[in-house]
Design a protein around this ligand. Structure first.
Ligand code: PHE
Length: 367
């Protein structure tokens, strides 16, 4: 593009906002990072087409944390010290947002996680925010859905014990299920490094649950679903959380997962005008439908740019204060208000796997 100083090379730093984004662009959860990056890039394009923020263009520097918490912390430190970013976007996985959030908070650089749902993430300190609901709510709504909509009582749990998101959400579901008078017949946990789930699945099957709650990431759910089918467990016995949402779940295990439900942030076919506006723009740019991660990535970036525009100064502290004051921000995933604990209170979308596609089923509210 045309440079304001008429020269070549990068713009002088003062002519643009630098925002850092750290994501899993390689490694175990690559699709989380890629989807989020696409949503974020759409937001950057849009804001810059409108002239940027306070007359300055926005540049987002993307860093790959290789799906690793330690690497996430390193990349965030680099974005802060080397690149002098005013704010940070990331991560998807709660384990990585928590690790890197500690670094952001210590250095007083505001960070917004698009989709990390574990309650611990924002407890790190005053500089860490999220634009999604939390797993206490997600677990609660999951249990209520099983009890009240599916009319099932006997459940089994299957989750990764060494993953913050997975073990946390399993626990929240279990607590609510107990309150609802449901019965747990089996609880099986595995390590993230495991790939063979047949023994757990057979043990679960012999305990005769009506539902298997498996709050795991898509990369674990795909082999679980395939091995479950081989063990004679139908896909529609599974209920999960947002971690399932990745194209590969339906392309690699769509048949095995037929009929399964999960709680989520968004579905491209949800009947909301603001969501449909986003879907249209996304499809125009990428020629396919956005995932929840893309929508959350878009919302985290747009909300940040809005806060930068409202901030009383251009410093990270002023931006932090403006993020904290966000009310009724119209996002692609719904209206976002940041609460006193730096979380977003949002309705939960229930999605069903149907004909190898994610299909909107319902929207449920916390209150
Ligand atoms: N909520 C998950 C976590 O906290 C991340 C996730 C969000 C994964 C949305 C997929 C879709 O780790």
């Amino acid at each position: 593009g045309k440079k304001e100083n008429g020269g070549v090379g990068p713009e002088p730093a003062s002519n643009e906002w630098k925002v850092g984004a750290y994501l899993s662009l390689s490694g175990a959860e690559t699709q989380f990072g890629k989807d989020t990056q696409e949503g974020t890039e759409l937001a950057v394009e849009e804001i810059n087409a409108k002239g940027g923020v306070k007359g300055k263009k926005v540049r987002v520097l993307f860093e790959d944390d290789k799906s690793n918490p330690q690497e996430a912390s390193n990349k965030v430190l680099q974005l802060i010290n080397r690149d002098k970013v005013v704010a940070l976007l990331g991560e998807v996985a709660s384990s990585r947002s928590k690790a890197a959030g500690i670094v952001a908070n210590k250095n007083k650089i505001p960070m917004i996680s698009p989709s990390s749902t574990n309650p611990d993430v924002t407890k790190v300190g005053p500089f860490v925010f999220r634009v999604c609901f939390t797993d206490d709510v997600q677990g609660q709504m999951g249990a209520r859905f099983v009890k009240n909509k599916l009319n099932k009582n006997k459940f089994a749990l299957l989750y990764a014990s060494d993953d913050l998101y997975s073990s946390g959400l399993a626990n929240e579901f279990k607590n609510e299920a107990k309150k609802l008078g449901m019965t747990i017949v089996a609880e099986k946990s595995f390590l993230k490094s495991e790939t063979n789930f047949t023994t757990y699945l057979n043990e679960i099957k012999s305990a005769e649950p009506e539902v298997i709650y498996a709050p795991v990431y898509y990369n674990a759910m795909v082999p679980i679903a395939r091995q479950a089918k081989a063990a004679g467990i139908p896909g529609n016995m599974f209920v999960g959380g947002d971690g399932w949402h990745s194209d590969s779940l339906v392309t690699d295990a769509g048949e095995e997962m037929e009929g399964a439900y999960f709680t989520n942030h968004f579905s491209p076919d949800m009947p909301s005008p603001s969501s449909q506006t986003f879907v249209k723009k996304y499809v125009e740019k990428y020629k396919r439908e956005p995932s929840a991660l893309a929508a959350q990535g878009y919302d985290s970036a747009m909300l940040l740019f809005d806060a930068m525009g409202r901030a009383k100064g251009d410093t990270p502290e002023a931006i932090r204060d403006a993020i904290a004051e966000t009310k009724d921000f119209p996002g692609a995933t719904g209206s976002i208000t940041i609460d006193a604990n730096r979380n977003a209170e949002k309705p939960i979308v229930i999605v069903q796997v149907k004909g190898k596609k994610f299909t909107y089923f319902d929207t449920v509210s916390v209150k």
